[in-house]
Design a protein around this ligand. Structure first.
Ligand code: SF4
Length: 400
């Protein structure tokens, strides 16, 4: 197998949604069409990067000994470090940068471009007024970080990293999208990945993770992820990495297909060429006939099984002989676990992933796993229900 690829959040997400689209983007290097909302986001991000960068105090991390706590506020008196700007640039400076960084591609009309541009002016103006009133303590902007998670090389560019009042680190990701909620921040794999990157590179725990919604100037802030969430993301990154290394690029249809620029290349959406149509119609029609016969056969077999079940119970006999084969009535055991009772228990013991999110077979496998504490196995068994059903299995010569 090939070497493990370095995964960014966008690469991970692209493969997790559709491996074939990932191949088009990262192996075949096909370009996607420019789109207004991407261009707008890039313009605003670039302006904010240049606005905040001069205010960064790279050493604004808790240091050793007196004077180690270097932050922007430490520079609020006379300028002690010439590399640190004391005050943010004024609004006209910020809007000047915005104009320079404006990306003009992807807009469907001049009016659309103008209205996006004005939206950017509005949100940057409001951002500026909040920023100068309550200056944050940035220690990095657009920070390019690399690390490893569960053996998978990872990479990300963190929009902004701030010092918190308490001396911790806050990861911020700017969003220019229309709607954003706290739940988005709580569920964001991107923020989880950034936490892992920052903690490994800075050697100290992240305190909070924030999606910064620029249109409403809302900081959607969540506490740092627990170790299980980092581990869970690591396992999913590993699955993606294994798929890429093995060259598995199957298409996966979903809501994302609506925005996919590669539909004309995708076997899920491509039309059959005229020369092959006739043969394909013949094959599909015959297949449809066989499907219908199979359905009828299944219905008839179910009716026979029901009658034999009644006879087996009435006669107390488990083996019925025909002229071509015998059928043996066999008991099958299967576990059923009510998710509302089992999932909290699995979660509390960090076993949800191993149990496949409550998959009955994988949960049942934990009952026989000596690594799972005996008391927990009994608790799980107590919440599950062992069900018994009977099937009729052929014995003797092959009826075919
Ligand atoms: S159209 Fe859908 S299934 Fe096909 S490559 Fe694009 S995202 Fe994947």
């Amino acid at each position: 197998m090939a070497a493990a690829p370095t995964l960014s959040y966008s690469g991970f997400r692209a493969y997790a949604e559709c491996p074939l689209r990932w191949k088009f983007l990262y192996v075949d290097r096909l370009r996607e069409k420019p789109r207004s909302f991407f261009s707008f986001g890039r313009s605003v991000h670039a302006a904010l990067e240049r606005f905040v960068a001069p205010l960064v105090v790279e050493g604004g991390l808790p240091g050793k000994g007196p004077g180690g706590q270097r932050t922007l506020r430490d520079f609020s008196g006379p300028q002690t470090d010439p590399s640190v700007a004391q005050t943010p640039m004024d609004l006209s400076g910020l809007l000047g940068i915005y104009r320079e960084e404006w990306v003009s591609e992807g807009y469907t009309s001049a009016q659309e471009e103008e209205s996006y541009f004005d939206l950017g002016v509005d949100l940057l103006t409001r951002f500026h007024s909040v920023y100068v009133k309550e200056p944050p303590r940035p220690v990095a902007v657009e920070k390019d970080l690399r690390a490893e998670l569960e053996g998978v090389p990872i990479h990300g560019i963190v929009d902004r990293l701030d010092r918190t009042e308490g001396g911790g680190l806050e990861v911020l990701d700017y969003k220019t999208s229309k709607e954003l909620s706290l739940k988005d921040a709580q569920l964001s794999d991107q923020l989880t990945l950034y936490q892992a990157l920052v903690e490994q590179n800075y050697g100290r725990p992240v305190e909070s993770l924030t999606l910064y919604h620029l249109r409403s100037l809302s900081a959607l802030r969540t506490p740092r992820r627990p170790p299980e969430a980092i581990q869970d993301l690591g396992i999913r990154l590993g699955e993606v990495s294994d798929g890429i290394r093995s060259g598995h690029y199957e298409p996966r249809v979903g809501s994302w297909c609506r925005w996919c620029d590669f539909r004309s290349l995708c076997p899920e959406f491509k039309e059959v060429p005229a020369g092959s149509r006739e043969r394909i119609v013949t094959l599909v029609d015959r297949y449809a006939e066989l499907l219908s016969e199979r359905r009828q056969a299944r219905q008839e077999m179910e009716a026979i099984e029901e009658e034999m079940e009644g006879l087996a119970l009435g006669l107390g006999v488990h083996r019925f002989r025909g002229s071509r084969l015998s059928l043996h009535r066999q008991a099958r055991r299967s576990w059923h676990f009510p998710p509302e009772a089992t999932l909290p228990l699995l979660r509390a013991h960090a076993l949800e992933v191993r149990a496949g999110g409550g998959d009955p077979d994988r949960t049942a496998a934990l009952l026989r796993d000596p690594e799972v504490p005996a008391r927990l196995r009994r608790l799980l068994a107590g919440q599950g229900k062992l069900e018994l059903r009977y099937t009729w299995e052929p014995e003797g010569s092959d009826p075919h």
